[in-house]
Design a protein around this ligand. Sequence first.
Ligand SMILES: *Cc1c(COP(=O)(O)O)cnc(C)c1O
Length: 381
Amino acid sequence: MERINFNVPPYTGKEITYISQAVDKRKICGDGEFTKKCSAWIEEKTGTKKCLLTTSCTHATEMAALLADIRPGDEVIMPAYTFVSTADAFVLRGGVPVFVDIRPDTMNIDEKLIEAAVTEKTKAIVPVHYAGVGCEMDTIMDIAKRHGLMVIEDAAQGIMANYKGRPLGTFGEFGCFSFHETKNYSMGEGGALLIRDEKYVEEAEIIREKGTNRSKYFRGQIDKYTWVNYGSSYLPSDLNAAYLYAQLEVADEINHARKACWDRYYERLLPLAEKGRIELPYIPEECEHNAHMFYIKTADIEERGRLIDYLDKQNIHAVFHYVPLHTAPAGVRFGRFHGEDRYTTRESERLLRLPMYYELTVDLVAYICEKVKAFYGGPAC
Ligand SMILES: *Cc1c(COP(=O)(O)O)cnc(C)c1O
């Protein structure tokens, strides 16, 4: 059996054709034909007012922090169980990440703990939709409204997933998608900023175009473009967008294939979960997920380490991630944890991600499940 990788970047077959088209047109900088196609697709699919393709989800979040006018000392509430960029984008502006505990069932921020962490310095709440499973958005939006806070969704893993039928990334003022090669749809490195309210669109376009009004110029709305505000270069090359568009075109197919694998994992590992040997992901009734990842929870960190080694010997690459940010050197320096860390550390140490990618087959999933069962004491499990 060939080695089963943890991730294989999505590839549908049309990517090269589209990239050649961009090359033939001699139009490979930002905001070309494929960038427009991708943004239009996302706007149509999510119903967001405006989507701006970016060089990464990290950069989309940096743009959101600029648009939210985060200043030194401003507090931003988020989970510690997340990727560094969720916090880093705000730390770059002098913001202070205030970490609150997660729910052990979804690994998302515990919405019931958010309000107690609000101070007069709080500016925003940043929910992270872990594994493409929505946070409890009704509660979060209600808290934000009552305290006059902004909501910036880290929906890096959340494209094509819904909460109460509404796409993740469209609840807050800003939503941030990732198209990194580890995500469901990819352009190598890339992302998107979703803007709910029209009033931020012009400023967002300026920030993304080095502080200039070049987007207006390209649309023929002005004769000459000039430097009008602070900004940076957050737009990707059209070559990357061409790669992404090949996948967005068949997004439902990709979603379907991933879900079939996810369901097979769940079904095959259920007996082990029923015996109390492992835990399986929980999907709240309000949420429709996108099979971004399949994880299990082992008894503890020691058992997880043994299972990773065992699977590695069977040529299966399984991984864990997210050392909670409040325990990382930069997290200690720049942020603080509000309340008790009941679940963040403990649950992060038990979580193990199994292989999940577009080209994975349900048969390979069944094979992986057999190996996990073998680790826990044989096929009878
Ligand atoms: C992948 C990821 C990011 C970063 O995405 P990039 O596009 O690599 O910048 C941020 N947050 C979460 C939760 C992620 O999974």
